[in-house]
Design a protein around this ligand. Structure first.
Ligand SMILES: [Zn+2]
Length: 276
């Protein structure tokens, strides 16, 4: 694990050791964390390190969305407010009942690169929700959490205008092909979300996966996403078969996916949304 100092008062782990990236915003009287990753011992160390370094206490954990690689460290923050969009909490409850079964969790543990990553895992849900937007103010520093959808319907970003840092969650996979095959994934909302990020006063964008960046990877992704959507719509208007459209869309150049099977499932999902 290496802790990245994004700028004064903002720290992150983006080296993949927590699977999904995690962030800490140090505010005047407290620390706010965003996402809890999928490595319990590392998340515990991260929290302790930032608390020790700053002499402040964690009060809040924001969750960008419901995927296990962003929420399986929640138990480290049981004494905090764990806040997410209502839609994300509903998705977590659904996963807890259907996907995060003891058998599946055993499977996740086995497949983890770090055998200790999920030792003692306990599913902890958010304990506070918002519909579309939530603002935490501490002195003159604000943290704005806003739901946009995109990667998933509940996906939200966490933006601190004072520090000019935006944590995007999985609406950003910097320099790799994103996962967009979730049942509620929506490429149109995704485009609007990226455009919104670019319209804000931000110097450092922290993605859900990949390295912290300036605007460049966002612009690149936006160009790609617009190209795919325009292409699919044009082909649909000409009544070309789904199979042919997906085959051609697959050839539009972009970064490779982090997992091979992701690309075809993502393009298929985007096609389904556009054709309905
Ligand atoms: Zn995700």
């Amino acid at each position: 694990m290496s802790i990245e100092k994004v700028r004064d008062n903002v720290y992150a782990i983006t080296d993949g050791s927590t699977a999904g990236n995690v962030t800490a915003y140090v505010l005047p009287s407290q620390i706010v964390f965003v996402d809890s990753g999928m490595n319990i011992p590392i998340m515990k160390k991260f929290r302790a390190h930032i608390e020790e370094k700053t002499g402040k206490k964690a009060t809040t954990l924001f969750l960008t969305h419901e995927h296990g690689d962003h929420v399986f460290g929640n138990q480290i923050f049981e004494d905090c407010e764990i806040i997410t969009s209502k839609i994300t909490l509903e998705a977590m409850i659904h996963s807890k009942e259907h996907n995060w079964t003891p058998e599946n969790l055993e499977e996740w543990k086995k497949n983890s690169e770090d055998p200790a990553a999920l030792e003692g895992l306990k599913i902890v849900l958010a304990n506070k929700t918002f519909e579309d937007e939530y603002v935490l103010a501490d002195g003159d520093v604000k943290v704005i959490v806003k739901r946009t959808g995109g990667h998933t319907e509940g996906s939200s970003y966490v933006y601190c205008p004072n520090y000019k840092v935006l944590f995007a969650g999985d609406n950003l996979f910097n320099h790799s092909f994103p996962w967009g095959g979730n049942p509620t994934s929506n490429p149109i909302k995704w485009i609007e979300a990226i455009e919104e990020y670019l319209s804000l006063d931000v110097e450092h964008y922290i993605p859900g996966h990949g390295s912290t960046s300036d605007r460049e990877p966002l612009e690149e992704f936006l160009t790609y996403l617009n190209k795919v959507i325009t292409f699919m719509k044009e082909m649909m208007a000409e009544e070309i078969t789904e199979e042919e459209i997906l085959e051609q869309a697959d050839k539009i150049e972009y970064y490779p996916p982090r997992r091979e099977e992701w690309k075809a499932l993502t393009l298929k999902k985007w096609y389904d949304v556009l054709s309905n």
